[in-house]
Design a protein around this ligand. Sequence first.
Ligand code: BG6
Length: 448
Amino acid sequence: MEVNNGVTFVLLGGTGDLARKKLLPSLYNLYKKGKLGEFDIIGTSRHDLSREEYVRHVGVNIDKHETWDEFKENIRFAQLNFYNPEDYEVLQEKLLGCGDERLFYLATLPQHFDVINDNLSSHDLVNETSKVLYEKPFGDDLKSAKELNRSINELFPEKNIYRIDHYLDKELVANLSILRFSNSIIDPILSAEYVDHVQIIASENFGVEERGGFYDRYGAVKDFFQSHLLQLLSLVGMSTPEKLDSRCIRDEKVRALRGVDILDTITGQYEGYRGEEGVDEDSTTETLTAVRAALNRPRWQGVPFYLLTGKNLAKKYSQIYVQFDKNNQSSMSSNGTIPNSLVVSIQPDRGIYFVINTKVPGGIGTEPAKMEFCHTCHHGPNTPSAYENLFSQALAGDQRSFIRYDEIEEQWRIVDGMEIPEPITYEPGEVPEEVQNFIQDGEWHGLS
Ligand code: BG6
């Protein structure tokens, strides 16, 4: 049989929000940068669409250049109801003649993962070189995650399994281990001896958009806190790994997650959420959550970690803010100095900066100044998006920015143990007072 060395991307959930807004645009960007080589894309959906209709549907969000016409020639469509075994036969036929290396992307709800896995396996669609990528959330809680993982492990070898958290593929997040462990002056100051508190913020200035049905089932804690925020916490809180390789880093992340204690949680729901499409009219699902946590590791004794994620707030930005202890500063003037801080700005601005106190020229007063690494100024605005990185790394078989199952298990253990209070209602674009006052002796960095 002729061997086709190209790669085939099979998008299960091919008409969904994620496929349209992130997956197809990222594949197209990789194509424009010449990084795809020979490829085919097979989008699937339970709807009966022609190839042209599918291409039109997924092309809406794409910033098209003259290469679009070439690119779209490689897009195919297969109608596939996850629960209908015959549809997988159609997919099987479509796969003949496409690139042998297959990348299955399960861009769908976790409740469908089992039936999809069973069918991919029973139809022999997953071969030696295939990769099966699972979009988050991986399960609904610890119990379902365990069951899901057990059934996946029975069907596919671990080396073929990629559990996604796209935050790990954001450039500044992927930079965190380098920042800490390849700069000998930085890591030693990230400890209770110097740090007053840490904030991890992911604020969004839009609502649930077309994902009301999904979101209402999960809410901010399971949609965002369980995955992205806890991953960021583990990267900031982990101890120095023995080596900077994927196994040692993941081992340390798991240890950090095991030490997480949730001390306080508040939640909010934006006004109008209950009227969103797909949302229950009496829904008590939270669209915002703020958490105070401790990390029971000698390095972090007594340092509070404040985590916040929310929809329909004033701004869209994600950042890690480390505030150092004011009392440890020696300053020429006690007048007007501020505590030093380190900010890792993940998006929309990308960069890392320290805030230091400096002398006002010609006077004796002080003023704060930034010591900054501006990622965008240095590397330009077109660094790869998280999903471009994710595809590139999966193609390279690099598991570093995917999550190992024991991390997921710890993340669900934390979330399952949380008491989630009734949400406070807040106006879109505003930060509720309770959230503003959540940080003891401080305020959220950049939130209002
Ligand atoms: C997803 C969440 O994982 O991440 C969404 O399900 C959220 O609710 C999104 O909006 C944010 O990702 P990004 O990369 O667009 O900031």
